[in-house]
Design a protein around this ligand. Structure first.
Ligand SMILES: O=C(O)CCC(=O)C(=O)O
Ligand SMILES: [Fe+2]
Length: 186
């Protein structure tokens, strides 16, 4: 049993000034998808659809490509996808879930860059629901969770009392449809 998530945190991956510039740029330049009630989203790079039909590729946003480079240097994998979550205030949230892993390159996990208000994702053990761990994610921090963490833990971003907004940028190495077809045929 995992007694805590297999995760690392760099509290200052970006300087406060760079983190603020990124936050402002994303707010104004990204076209946010508002179909979800709990938060706004946007997706760049290799995308996928679980039905296996509607694969599409959206070019990386120019602000995100250099971040992918920096993450590949830091974490040893090159993200092919970035899913952004925009939490307008503490009333925006994400319920408990684990991230899909079937579409990730072997040995790679999920990296989360946080800008704006500090929020505290909660992890809850799948085998012992009493066991919870929280990670405060400050402005400019980079959090990384291994692929195996998804097997043992759920995570959520609970509501909290703040009017300040946060954007999380979640980076993954998602395989291409062709690579996934090869994996399925093995
Ligand atoms: O916003 C966060 O820190 C968590 C995002 C997340 O769990 C996800 O996009 O799957
Ligand atoms: Fe997640």
């Amino acid at each position: 049993m995992m007694t805590e998530p297999e995760a690392t945190l760099d509290p200052q991956f970006l300087s406060p000034a760079d983190a603020s510039a990124l936050f402002e740029a994303l707010l104004s330049e990204v076209q946010w998808d508002e179909r979800m009630k709990a938060r706004k989203t946007a997706c760049f790079g290799q995308t996928y659809d679980d039905s296996g039909v509607d694969y599409q590729l959206v070019p990386m946003h120019p602000r995100l490509a250099p971040l992918c480079e920096a993450i590949s240097v830091r974490l040893g994998f090159m993200p092919t996808n970035c899913l952004l979550n925009y939490y307008e205030s503490g009333r925006s949230s994400m319920g408990f879930h684990s991230d899909a892993t079937h579409n990730l390159a072997e040995g790679t996990g999920v990296a989360i860059l946080s800008v704006g208000a500090e929020r505290c994702p909660s992890f809850r053990s799948k085998t012992d629901p009493e066991l919870t761990v929280e990670y405060p994610l400050p402005h400019g921090s980079l959090f990384y969770m291994s692929q195996g963490t998804q097997d043992h833990w759920l995570h959520a971003v609970k509501k909290t009392e703040t009017d300040d907004s946060r954007i999380s940028l979640t980076f993954r190495h998602i395989l291409t449809p062709e690579e996934l077809a090869v994996r399925r045929s093995r």
